[in-house]
Design a protein around this ligand. Structure first.
Ligand code: G1P
Length: 289
């Protein structure tokens, strides 16, 4: 059986980024760099690698530099070229008008609401979601691994990973069913449960392939955890109606929604970069003395 291809991805980027203040007072948290690329660039690269063609950014006030980032910087490129400088580093930042759409989430009503803001652009096809502050690093990337599984199983596919039991309350948590390799059936989903109520320590880690019916559910979704319209609650209603599975990502995950995870990601990536690994290693060792 062939499953409709995943051609579109939603990037909810309207969040206020309060955990990184004052850094994020005037710049979006999605523009914070890991080494020399902003977080949002890694997510877009991951989407492209998975064959996704259209990037839909759900933005808000103060987020327009994300649009600038994915535009052609004419003055910059013109000036650099005239001075004989290489502009190839900018190639990955250019999204042509057919490949990107920006919609606004006008009020911070929750992740579920942010996704729902993209409903008209999604239309009637399966789509991916990327939470850019979950930085998934691997080869192939997380979404490519998920798309490969989706081609086999169809339906809804989310990425999950294990965290220590005492950390589950910050996340969406799955009730796992039967497993088959990297794929685990999802029997239930709960957003930010108390540790004692959590059905497992497998958390939803910021990558989703969902069927468009989720938009209809989000339409009438009541507020959930934290008084917000939760994507997790809408997904939970699809279980039993449509296939719902989780893929365990084979790679590294850095929680760049937290300062510690963000520093870890920078260090880890710098240590993998041929142009600086040796120096960074020496610096790190020296600091740890
Ligand atoms: C969101 C989702 C949650 C998921 C998490 C991953 O929560 O609602 O299910 O586990 O992202 O980072 P948030 O971090 O927005 O509170």
């Amino acid at each position: 059986m062939t499953h409709k291809p995943v051609r579109k991805a939603v990037f909810p980027v309207a969040g206020l980024g309060t955990r990184f203040l004052p850094a994020t007072k005037a710049i979006p948290k999605e523009m914070l760099p890991i080494v020399d690329s902003p977080l949002i660039q890694y997510a877009v690269d991951e989407a492209r690698e998975a064959g996704i063609e259209q990037m839909i950014f759900v933005t808000g006030r103060g987020k327009s530099v994300i649009e600038d980032h994915f535009d052609i910087a004419f003055e910059l490129e013109h000036t650099m070229t005239a001075r004989g400088k290489d502009v190839s580093v900018l190639a990955k930042t250019r999204l042509s008008p057919g490949n990107c759409v920006y919609v606004r989430q006008q009020e911070p009503l929750g992740l579920g609401h942010a996704i729902w803001c993209a409903r008209d652009i999604i239309g009637d096809e399966p789509f991916a979601i990327f939470l850019p502050d979950e930085f998934m690093h691997g080869s192939p990337g997380c979404m490519k691994q998920m798309v490969d599984a989706y081609h086999q199983i169809g339906g809804n596919v989310i990425s999950v990973l294990e965290v220590p039991r005492n950390a589950v309350s910050s996340y969406g948590v799955i009730a796992p069913g039967a497993g088959n390799g990297v794929v685990t059936e999802v029997l239930g989903l709960v957003e930010k449960p108390k540790v004692e109520d959590a059905p497992s320590n497998l958390i939803v880690s910021g990558r989703y392939i969902l069927q468009p019916e989720v938009m209809r559910i989000l339409e009438g979704q009541e507020k959930g955890a934290g008084g917000e319209i939760q994507l997790t609650d809408a997904m939970a209603q699809m279980i039993g109606q449509q296939p719902f599975n989780a893929v365990t990502f084979n790679g590294n995950r850095y929680d760049c929604g937290s300062k510690v995870g963000y520093i870890e990601a920078n260090l880890a990536l710098a240590l993998q970069r041929p142009d600086m690994a040796e120096q960074i290693r020496a610096i790190a060792l020296n600091l740890l003395k």
